[in-house]
Design a protein around this ligand. Structure first.
Ligand code: FE2
Length: 378
């Protein structure tokens, strides 16, 4: 190794990191049956199908559907045979998030800088051309088999990405649910690995620690977890990382790891500017949420102070509230969206608070434990 190579070894104190990220470009899921999963996200969550790629567009081994609502874009991909890495992924993990794609100005620079700082290289910068122009993309790894693809799309005006065609809605009436943008995406990693992955985002991507939660913050009589929230410079990307902690019974994080068979994405939080309407419509569409005990609402106003919403309405919809120094937030969590108890979604409305609902952790985890108990996994 030459002297100059030694100097390129990552050091979070001295390495210059400047990777402007505009936001989450899209989230890609690998699933067993993309056609049916797409229908679930549209009929249940109120997304619109906007783009498609598959055999009809010249791609022989996969089918991908893109669904969109507000700025949230989810790509749902299935393998069309057993001989693809996507089939292996689905076999091992079940349906889950493969890629948290990040929208950047310069995908090559993002790849070069992060890899130089120690990020796992997955795919070198590649240009793709289509009817609407060209994009540049490059991919690095993160926890488990999850990855981040950097997408540079300033010279592209076509449908989603090159190779995709518009998806016709025809007579389908979608009941949209006011979901606006990705607020945060949480990963679950093994006991003892949270700090390593937090440092990965710090040293490779230049992220900072926004908040820390330990087992004293997040525990019930039975189980606990630790969490560290990492965020990028402009705050548009927030990636909390959880690990299980010792408790009397099995942590919900451990249950996830047992079923996903590796670290991976635990939940995707979607922001809305009207959680009451959003949750009301989601429930009407058949989306199932965690049950919050009625007792949660008994002293709620003592805990959170004055809020704009009618507490009876919140109680009816089982929406949770938490307050910190900057304001309050309302949130609610779906049950897992596949048969394995792995990925779920959060609906969140922020009214000043930039927190994650620390005051709700106990009530929430008791609700999760109730579900764990029913599955025989507590
Ligand atoms: Fe969350």
């Amino acid at each position: 190794m030459t002297q100059s190579n030694i100097e390129t070894v990552a050091d979070p104190q001295t390495t210059e990191i400047d990777i402007p990220i505009h936001g989450t470009d899209h989230v890609e899921m690998y699933v067993g049956n993309a056609k049916q999963a797409m229908h679930f996200f549209c009929s249940g969550f109120g997304f619109r199908p906007v783009a498609y790629r598959g055999p009809e567009t010249g791609v022989k081994d996969t089918a991908s559907y893109v669904v969109e609502q507000g700025k949230v874009r989810i790509v749902i991909t299935s393998p069309l045979g057993p001989d693809s890495p996507i089939a292996d992924h689905v076999h091992r993990h079940g349906d889950g998030v493969k890629d948290i794609a990040l929208w950047v100005d310069d995908a090559a620079a993002a790849f070069d800088q992060t890899v130089k700082n120690g990020a796992i290289p997955i795919a070198e910068p590649t240009e793709e051309y289509g009817d609407g122009g060209k994009i540049l993309k490059a991919t690095v790894g993160t926890y488990g088999e999850t990855q981040h693809t950097f997408i540079q799309r300033d010279e592209f005006e076509g449908t989603f990405l090159p190779g995709y065609e518009e998806y016709g809605l025809e007579d389908w009436k979608i009941n949209e649910t006011n979901l606006e943008f990705v607020d945060h995406i949480v990963g679950n990693v093994e006991d003892g690995k949270m700090n390593d992955w937090a440092e990965y985002y710090e040293s490779c991507f230049g992220f900072h620690v926004l908040q820390n939660f330990d087992e004293k913050d997040i525990s019930t009589k039975y189980s606990s977890l630790r969490s560290r929230v990492m965020k990028n410079a402009n705050g548009r990307i927030k990636l909390p990382i959880n690990e299980p902690a010792e408790g009397l019974k099995k942590s919900q994080i451990q249950e996830y790891l047992d079923y996903y068979k590796s670290p991976g994405v635990q939940h995707v939080a979607l922001h809305t500017n009207d959680i009451i309407q959003a949750v009301d419509r989601l429930r009407t569409n058949g989306i199932k949420f965690l049950q919050v005990p009625d007792s949660y609402y008994e002293n709620l106003l003592d805990r959170v102070g004055d809020i704009d919403e009618d507490i009876e309405v919140l109680k009816d919809l089982h929406v949770l509230v938490d307050r910190d120094e900057q304001g309050y937030l309302l949130q609610l969590f779906t049950k897992p969206v596949e048969d394995r108890p792995t990925l779920f979604f959060e609906v969140i409305q922020r009214k000043g608070s930039q927190g994650f609902g620390k005051g709700n952790f106990k009530a929430l985890f008791e609700a999760i434990e109730y579900e764990q108990q029913k599955r025989g996994n507590l």
